[in-house]
Design a protein around this ligand. Structure first.
Ligand code: NAP
Length: 497
């Protein structure tokens, strides 16, 4: 166990319209999930702060100093932000490990991915061509992408900074202003990012970061008439509520929602590779990942051998403080969330599930004050059990057998979700056929949770609406305009001379 770094707090201020100020609502305590201690307090924003942020964002996005910039000039700001994130990467990752409990290895990777996201969208905006479209008369015609204006970006607590960057970078690249609302439990790294954005020299007002409650500040952002689009990442029921409000406003909305992703091990899989992939897919980030492979389907002929070895390897995962380099499974984000995960495991027991490993809070006294839960594997559940159907968002894997590919597809698709899937097999023909048949926005074959900013990402069914990332990620923050340029030298003959 290495010594924990010293926590260096941030001033209790929100970044509203380019100015730092104490938010207008009550304060909330930000806790360290590794030991339950209060790290600092943060004042929560309210509708008043949203009003000010929207007014500043609207003015800044319409200012010629921003809207008059050419794409390569906007790209320079994104590179500057990336430079600053890279300069302060260790500090940001440390802050995030304190706030979320994720291991430092994971938070360091998230910080790196945030910088890479700003660079990627800088490159995309610089190389984005506006296509000429095919004329059907004596004119030229083309498409023009224009900024929407003020974007509301609402983020969850599981991967702040990476999820912040996935919204901020394409929205700014497209020429918008952005109001970011981090999750109430995890605002610290988003506020630290705001200080770097300020340091980058980005014109004031283009980015606001408003910590606070979803039901207060999040709701005010979605309902505000000055907000032209909301990009939301979070749970399906929250996303559905937002979509109703957006429908009333006729406002576009992107929704990145929950998942209950199937991982499939076929009878010809490379077992060692599959075991490592399955374990990483569910237990990294302590299972708090929208794409966690939380339902494991193993072909019957391999079931006993595979599950036996899986249990053995899972028991060897070290559970502990995220700052300890040997830790693989850190605490969950909050004691309240840990209790929700524990409640699902209790329910699975009542529904007839066999707890093959874990299924408890660790008994190590050093972890007693933290939000820890042991990596848990459950089998023997029916497909209708709640642990098989609902997103637990913790280190809990349910295992189910299947007979053949048709049986597998029926079972894997028996879910309201369609976010991701994993397939482990040596037979690429079989893998590709299954990849086409499983309902998922992303399919991994012989890998899991590989994540590239250049590949579009989005869920189907109740896992989301729209896509983020990829070259098209920028289009999600643009309005499309068709422009016609008449080439006829004569007046329109329809009008009598
Ligand atoms: P959540 O409860 O839905 O909250 C997400 C965000 O929405 C938070 O900032 C939350 O604020 C805010 N919010 C809550 N109620 C709101 C309202 N009425 N109006 C506007 N905003 C509101 O989700 P979470 O528990 O933070 O995150 C876990 C969920 O996110 C999981 O379901 C996970 O699968 C999903 N997720 C999806 C993806 C993806 O890309 N598909 C990625 C990561 C996570 P508060 O913090 O104040 O509640």
């Amino acid at each position: 166990m290495t010594a924990r770094p010293t926590f260096i707090g941030l001033p209790d201020e929100a970044f509203v319209g380019g100015k730092w100020r104490t938010a207008s609502g009550p304060t909330s305590e930000i806790t360290d999930p590794a030991n339950g201690q209060i790290l600092q307090t943060v004042s929560q924003c309210t509708a008043t702060d949203v009003d000010d942020a929207v007014a500043a964002g609207a003015a800044a996005s319409a200012d010629p100093g921003w809207c008059g910039l050419l794409p390569h000039q906007r790209a320079r700001y994104l590179h500057r932000i990336a430079d600053l994130i890279e300069r302060d990467a260790d500090r940001l990752a440390t802050l995030q490990t304190f706030n979320t409990g994720k291991t430092f290895t994971e938070t360091r990777a998230l910080v790196g991915s945030a910088a890479a996201t700003f660079r990627y969208f800088a490159a995309v905006v610089e190389t984005h061509d506006e296509p000429m479209t095919t004329a059907r008369g004596n004119y030229r015609t083309w498409i023009q992408h224009e900024p929407i204006g003020v974007i509301g970006a609402i983020a969850p607590w599981n991967s702040p900074i990476a999820s912040d960057a996935q919204k901020l970078a394409p929205a700014l690249a497209a020429g918008n202003a952005v109001i970011l609302k981090p999750a109430e439990w995890t605002p610290l790294v988003s506020l630290a990012l705001a200080r770097l954005i300020e340091e980058s020299g980005l014109p004031a007002g283009l980015v606001s970061v408003l910590p606070g409650r979803g039901s207060v500040v999040g709701d005010a952002i979605v309902r505000h008439p000055g907000v032209g689009k909301v990009s939301f990442t979070g749970g399906t029921s929250t996303g559905r509520g937002l979509a109703h409000i957006a429908a009333d406003k006729l406002m576009p909305v992107s929704l990145e929602l929950g998942g209950k992703s199937p991982t499939v091990v076929l009878d010809d899989a490379d077992v060692e590779q599959a075991i490592a992939g399955v374990i990483y897919g569910i237990f990294s980030s302590s299972g708090q990942s929208c794409i966690a492979g939380s339902r494991l389907f193993v072909q019957e002929s391999l079931y006993d051998e595979f599950v036996g070895r899986l249990i053995e390897r899972t028991r060897s995962l070290r559970v502990g403080d995220g700052f300890d380099p040997s830790t693989r499974v850190g605490p969950l984000v909050h004691r309240r969330h840990r209790d929700s995960v524990a409640g699902y495991v209790d329910l699975a027991r009542e529904e007839g599930g066999r707890i093959l490993c874990g299924g408890a809070i660790p008994d190590d006294p050093a972890l007693a004050c933290g939000a820890y839960y042991l990596p848990t594997i459950i089998d023997g559940l029916g497909a209708q059990a709640r642990a098989c159907r609902e997103e637990i968002f913790g280190p809990v894997l349910v295992v189910l057998p299947f007979t053949d590919d048709d049986d597998l597809v029926a079972k894997a698709n028996d879910s309201v979700y369609g976010l991701a899937a994993g397939i482990w097999t040596r037979d690429y023909r079989r893998a590709l056929a299954l990849a086409g048949r499983i309902d998922a926005g992303t399919v991994w074959i012989n890998t899991y949770k590989a994540f590239s900013i250049s590949t579009p990402f989005g869920g189907i069914k109740e896992s989301g609406l729209g896509t983020e990332k990829g070259r098209e990620g920028i289009a999600a923050y643009s309005r499309v305009k068709g422009v016609y340029l008449g080439m006829d030298p004569e007046p329109n003959p329809w009008v009598p001379a």
